[in-house]
Write a protein that binds this ligand. Structure first.
Ligand SMILES: *[C@@H]1O[C@H](CO)[C@@H](O)[C@H](O)[C@H]1NC(C)=O
Ligand SMILES: *[C@@H]1O[C@H](CO)[C@@H](O)[C@H](O)[C@H]1NC(C)=O
Ligand SMILES: *[C@@H]1O[C@H](CO)[C@@H](O)[C@H](O)[C@H]1NC(C)=O
Ligand SMILES: *[C@@H]1O[C@H](CO)[C@@H](O)[C@H](O)[C@H]1NC(C)=O
Ligand SMILES: *[C@@H]1O[C@H](CO)[C@@H](O)[C@H](O)[C@H]1NC(C)=O
Length: 219
């Protein structure tokens, strides 16, 4: 589903991006990437991605990360291009992993809990642009491990059910075949019994002929 959404939206997004690009050629842009909503299991560690781009270059770029619009996670300043930022992290499970080389101001959020579910805003301001603000939102959905187990369980149940149904069908087919052959066999057996009682081994050829004669009128 997610990949479908991506493909459906990529064309309009591209168009919007192109239009914005045409309208403000020199602007700083921050982006949380193509997939800005991520589902992660509680207890895992997530990369909360944000990148920036500026055609006119940066000087004293100021950036922050906020959770749900209010809790500040970290802030930093990039003096100029090619210089790694000075970062102040204000959350004990946040680690700054960005790099100026890749215009990357991403953070890692370690050992997430359900309280981490929410919106992460990446904000940036490039004084070169006279105080214009830019931000992008990354949505984190924390899911329980159990959900995956549930899915596996469902899969198992479905496949077991499928297997049972399949087995039932196979059993029915086998039963039909067995009944078919048993009946045939019974007929043969009867014939054999009759033949055995009525004929000697020496007359086997005759017996076959008799059987054929019996068979032909039926068919
Ligand atoms: C995730 O949450 C569930 C339910 O609250 C808990 O049982 C489980 O231990 C948690 N997993 C981790 C890795 O913290
Ligand atoms: C994340 O959890 C692991 C295991 O519980 C622990 O060793 C580690 O220090 C934690 N990391 C942070 C940043 O809290
Ligand atoms: C940003 O940095 C992180 C951590 O180094 C890395 O995993 C991620 O791929 C980078 N993203 C981009 C778009 O450069
Ligand atoms: C953050 O916001 C989300 C909805 O966007 C909400 O479900 C969650 O409870 C909020 N978390 C905190 C700690 O305020
Ligand atoms: C930009 O953000 C700052 C907070 O960092 C705020 O004080 C200011 O009013 C914002 N400016 C605009 C034009 O939105």
């Amino acid at each position: 589903m997610a990949s479908l959404d991506k493909t459906v939206w990529s064309a309009p997004r591209l168009l919007v991006a192109l239009l914005l690009g045409v309208l403000r050629v020199n602007g700083l842009e921050v982006s949380t990437g193509k997939v800005s909503t991520v589902e992660a299991m509680n207890g895992s560690t997530v990369l909360i991605l944000c990148t920036y781009n500026s055609c006119i270059g940066i000087r004293d770029l100021f950036f922050t990360w906020h959770f749900n619009g209010t809790v500040k996670l970290c802030e930093g300043r990039i003096p100029k291009e090619g210089v790694e930022p000075k970062v102040k992290v204000e959350h004990k499970r946040v680690e700054f992993v960005g790099s100026t080389k890749s215009k990357n101001i991403s953070i890692l959020l370690w050992n997430i809990t359900f309280d981490d579910d929410g919106e992460y805003t990446c904000f940036a301001k490039n004084p070169k642009e006279k105080g214009r603000n830019h931000s992008a939102i990354f949505t984190l959905k924390v899911v329980n491990e159990m959900q995956e187990v549930d899915n596996t369980l469902t899969t198992i149940i479905v496949s077991v059910l499928g297997g049972v149904i399949g087995l039932a069908i196979i059993a029915m087919v086998i039963k039909a075949l067995v009944v078919h052959f048993l009946l045939k066999g019974d007929e043969k057996n009867k014939e054999c019994l009759v033949n055995a009682s009525g004929n000697d081994n020496t007359e086997n050829g005759l017996t076959g002929a008799k059987a054929d004669n019996k068979g032909t009128p039926k068919a």
